[in-house]
Design a protein around this ligand. Structure first.
Ligand code: AKB
Length: 316
C-alpha cells in the first residue's frame, strides 16, 4: 500500500479507541491524510493534529458526501454503543451499531474503497462458548444486544467481502485499558475506573465480583494490533469476519493486588450490579492463535507492565 496516496476517514474519533487510533494513523500517514469525525465536537486529544468534521454515522448521505469530497480511500469505523449502555437501551444500540456499519459497507462498495476497519468484540461470545482460551471459531450465542450486533456485524463484513470484494478487516477487542480518553459505557470499564479512583481516593468500589476474570488489553497493544492487521497483505487475512485477540486476563481482585504493590494503602470493595451478568456471559480468556499465525500478532503488555504505566500516566 502506497502510504502517500491514502486518505483515511476515522468515524468515532472522539471515543476511547478512536482518538488514539486517529493519532497513530496521523503519525503513520501524516496529519492531513487522516480526516477525523465524530457526532460530538472535536476532542482535546486530537485537536490541532489534523482535519476534523462533524458526522452522524447514521446519516448515509452525509457520510457519502464526505468520502467523495475528500477522496477517502479507507474508513476506520469506531463508533458504537457498548455493552452496558446497550443493555439499558437495546433498540437504540441495535439501530446505531447496525445502521452505521451498513452505511460504511455500502459506501465502501459504491466508492471501491481500498480497506475498511471495524472492531468486533469478545462480547460476541455467550454463556455456551468455552470459558477459557475461547477459540475464534466455536459456539457463538451472545446474550447482550451489543454482542448480538457485533456478531451480526461480523457476518455483514464477511458478506460484503465475499459478494462485493470489500476488504474489510476486524478484531474482536477485549476490554481496552487506557488513560488518554474516557471509556464509553462498557462492562470492562471497571479496569480503568479503578486507577482513577485509586489515585484520587485510595479506594475503589467494583461493580464486578472479585473473581470475575475477563480478557483485557493495554491500548498501546490494541493500536499496534489494529495497524498490523490493516498492513497485512490480503492473502494473509484468512477471515473477514473477525480475529480473536488476546493479551491479559485478570479479575478485580488481581488488578487490585497489582495496584497495591505501588499503593500499599489501596483498598477495594465489591458491589456487583447489572454488569455482573454481562461479564458472566463472556469468556475469561481468549485463544488468539489465528491472529498470531496469520499476521504475527504478539502482545507486549502484561498486568504488571500495564499497571505501572497506568499509575504513571493517569491524571486523577
Ligand atoms: C465492553 O465492555 O462493552 C467493551 C467490549 C468488551 O467490547 N469494552
Amino acid at each position: 500500500m502506497d502510504i502517500d496516496t491514502e486518505k483515511i476517514l476515522v468515524i468515532g474519533a472522539g471515543g476511547q479507541i478512536g482518538g488514539e487510533l486517529t493519532l497513530a494513523l496521523r503519525k503513520k500517514f501524516g496529519g492531513a491524510q487522516v480526516l477525523a469525525s465524530d457526532l460530538r465536537e472535536e476532542s482535546p486529544l486530537i485537536k490541532g493534529t489534523g482535519p476534523f468534521t462533524t458526522l452522524d454515522a447514521l446519516n448515509k448521505e452525509a457520510m457519502h458526501q464526505i468520502v467523495k469530497e475528500h477522496g477517502i480511500t479507507q474508513i476506520y469505523h469506531l463508533a458504537a454503543v457498548l455493552s452496558a449502555v446497550g443493555e439499558k437501551q437495546p433498540l437504540m444500540a441495535w439501530n446505531i451499531n447496525m445502521t452505521a456499519l451498513l452505511n460504511v459497507l455500502e459506501i465502501a462498495k459504491e466508492e471501491h474503497l481500498k480497506r475498511v476497519y471495524w472492531p468486533s468484540s469478545i462480547a460476541v461470545f455467550g454463556p455456551s462458548s468455552p470459558k477459557d482460551n475461547c477459540p475464534q471459531q466455536t459456539i457463538v450465542e451472545p446474550t447482550t444486544v451489543y454482542g448480538i450486533s457485533k456478531y451480526a456485524g461480523e457476518s455483514w463484513c464477511n458478506y460484503y467481502f465475499e459478494k462485493y470484494g470489500v476488504d474489510v478487516r476486524s478484531i474482536r477487542y477485549p476490554g481496552i485499558i487506557s488513560y488518554k480518553a474516557a471509556p464509553g459505557g462498557g462492562t470492562t470499564d471497571y479496569a480503568i475506573d479503578i486507577f482513577h479512583s485509586a489515585l484520587k481516593t485510595g479506594t475503589y468500589t467494583s461493580f464486578l465480583k472479585q473473581d470475575t476474570y475477563l480478557p483485557m488489553m493495554y491500548m498501546e497493544d490494541a493500536i499496534r494490533a489494529t495497524l498490523e492487521l490493516m498492513d497485512a497483505p490480503l492473502e494473509n487475512i484468512k477471515t473477514h469476519r473477525s480475529y480473536n485477540l488476546g493479551a491479559i486476563s485478570f479479575s478485580p481482585n488481581e488488578i487490585a493486588a497489582e495496584i497495591k504493590k505501588h499503593l500499599p494503602e489501596f483498598t477495594i470493595e465489591y458491589q456487583p450490579d447489572f454488569r455482573q451478568a454481562i461479564a458472566d456471559s463472556w469468556p475469561a480468556s481468549i485463544d488468539d492463535s489465528e491472529a498470531r499465525k496469520d499476521w504475527g500478532w504478539e502482545p507486549e503488555f502484561d498486568l504488571a507492565k500495564m499497571t505501572a504505566d497506568m499509575l504513571k500516566n493517569v491524571k486523577p
